[in-house]
Design a protein around this ligand. Structure first.
Ligand SMILES: Cc1cc2nc3c(=O)[nH]c(=O)nc-3n(C[C@H](O)[C@H](O)[C@H](O)COP(=O)(O)OP(=O)(O)OC[C@H]3O[C@@H](n4cnc5c(N)ncnc54)[C@H](O)[C@@H]3O)c2cc1C
Length: 460
């Protein structure tokens, strides 16, 4: 084998030529399945592979576990449950994904302890936001409509929602909805996968993938053959599953199917007594302004996110084409901090001027239609893509790996496979500034290059 950099495919990749005499078929079968990324989807995939009896699985990540930049390394995420759909349900695909996560959080010992069934309130105040949350369609036995600030207050213990909640309307789902302790669920998945024999390699030298390795045989057919880490080690693999979240876009030409987009969050540290008073609150989400979730039990930190269509980090190529390039930062733009305080003034003004104890930008990758992208790469038969979580991929941690392994094994339901296929045709004339049914902030996708100032939060 020898490296041939001159004919390398786009991006971070290298071609390794395989001689016709090379016994690829025998040797390659013994190589592990390699997962790139030990975040939400990589960890779930590793767990499901191990549970299906795969004994040779290695996961590489640029950070020790749990990765400091994984979108799933967070104190909490919103989750809601769905019953399995009827076979002819027009929303069959989405509901099948949700029914699977429901089963996971209800029954799987790896995930069940991390779900908090506190209910959630979905609300908005703009015409677009209200239309989007579709409150009229959501009537049901356990759904309560909230039409006035008083209605909202009645969902919370007295004295907590003391703000004016101007124009807020929504619905309160009391059961089968709430939040999951995201980091603990992620660690739980990794720990169980390790117990079942999966190898995790994390760190900026030995775990960070710097390029994909491709082979080409004498007929010119190409395939992926592994990945190279920053320490120069080449990890050869029988299959490669790319689950690097927003960073996946850097390894291949995704033909505009992925738009790395970031959101913003901050924490407020509360006293143990306060945390007790704020315990078991329903999740309060407003499509126009943001959301918060009760403080966690370990550190008494209340997480707050401002809602908006997201930030991109636009970098322009010489041909004028732009792409959003993720970067890590444990701070948020000052404008975002101000929006977070605005949300608190509207809901819990008693907390609005408290210092932040933590802040972070957090990246995900949006597809054009916000359906996931779980498919083999059309040019590299051993490369499976597990990307495009589109800002809604954490809730699926118990089950997404099962769907990914179904695709790996060629037995994914056809309707699901069609929805999550490689689909560059959707992205040909991609409108990079599409808000993709998101509201809040300036009601437009923002650009980190234009941000004027950042917070200076000391990471506690
Ligand atoms: C602020 C915010 C709030 C959210 N809230 C919710 C919510 O309430 N509910 C919900 O369901 N979803 C939510 N999401 C979305 C959800 O977090 C993501 O969709 C999901 O976590 C994505 O999982 P992933 O595995 O694709 O990416 P990640 O979890 O980000 O994993 C990618 C992994 O790849 C690794 N990696 C990157 N580059 C390399 C490299 N070169 N080599 C090796 N490894 C590498 C990273 O370290 C990381 O561990 C939210 C997202 C954000 C940003």
């Amino acid at each position: 084998m020898h490296a041939d950099q001159s004919s390398q495919p786009p991006s971070l990749s290298i071609v390794i030529r395989i001689d016709s005499t090379y016994p690829a078929d025998v040797t390659m079968l013994q190589w592990p399945i390699l997962i790139i990324g030990a975040g939400t989807w990589g960890a779930s995939t590793a767990l499901h592979l191990a549970r299906r009896g795969y004994t040779n699985v290695t996961v590489l990540d640029a950070y020790p576990q749990p990765s400091a930049i994984s979108a799933g390394n967070d104190v909490n995420k919103i989750v809601s449950f769905t019953d399995p759909p009827a076979d002819d349900d027009p929303e069959f695909v989405n509901k099948t994904f949700f029914a699977a996560l429901t089963k996971g959080f209800q029954h799987d010992p790896v995930f069940k302890p991390h779900f908090h069934n506190v209910g959630n309130i979905i609300s908005a105040f703009s015409a677009g936001g209200l239309k989007h949350i579709g409150r009229r369609d959501r009537r049901g036995a356990d759904i309560v409509e909230l039409d006035s600030p008083e209605d909202f207050r009645s969902a919370f213990p007295s004295g907590i929602l003391s703000g004016p909640l101007p124009g807020w309307k929504g619905y309160w789902r009391k059961n089968g909805a709430g939040w999951v302790h995201a980091r603990n669920a992620l660690v739980s998945a990794i720990t169980e996968a390790q117990r079942l024999g999966v190898t995790f390699i994390g760190g900026e030298s030995e775990g960070k993938v710097v390029r994909l390795l491709f082979s080409s045989n004498n007929n010119g057919a190409q395939d992926i053959i592994g990945a190279e880490t920053a320490d120069g080690k080449q990890h050869l693999a029988s299959k490669v599953i790319l689950a690097a979240g927003a960073n996946a876009d850097q390894f291949l030409d995704f033909k505009k199917q992925l738009r790395p987009t970031a959101w913003t969050l901050a924490h407020i540290r509360m006293s143990p007594e306060e945390a007790k008073a704020y315990r078991n609150l329903p999740v309060l989400f407003n499509a126009d302004q943001g959301f918060f979730i009760e403080p966690d039990e370990e550190n008494h930190e209340l997480k707050i996110c401002d809602e908006h269509p997201g930030y991109c980090n636009w970098v322009y190529a010489s041909d004028g084409e732009r792409r959003s390039v993720p970067f890590a930062r444990h701070q948020i733009p000052l404008e975002s901090a101000e929006r977070i305080r605005g949300l608190l003034r509207a809901t819990m003004p008693q907390l609005a001027e408290r210092p932040f104890s933590f802040a972070r930008i957090c990246w995900c990758a949006d597809t054009v239609d916000r359906n996931f992208l779980i498919d083999y790469h059309p040019d590299y038969p051993s490369l499976l893509l597990a990307v495009g979580a589109s800002g809604r991929g954490f809730a699926h941690i118990p089950s997404i790996g099962g769907f990914i392994v179904d695709r790996l094994e060629g037995r994914m339901d056809e309707r699901i496979a069609t929805a999550v296929r490689w689909r560059p045709e959707q992205a040909v004339d991609r409108d990079w500034d599409d808000t993709q049914n998101r509201f809040g902030g300036p009601y437009a996708v923002m650009d980190f290059q234009k941000v004027e100032g950042w917070t200076d939060v000391e990471d506690s």
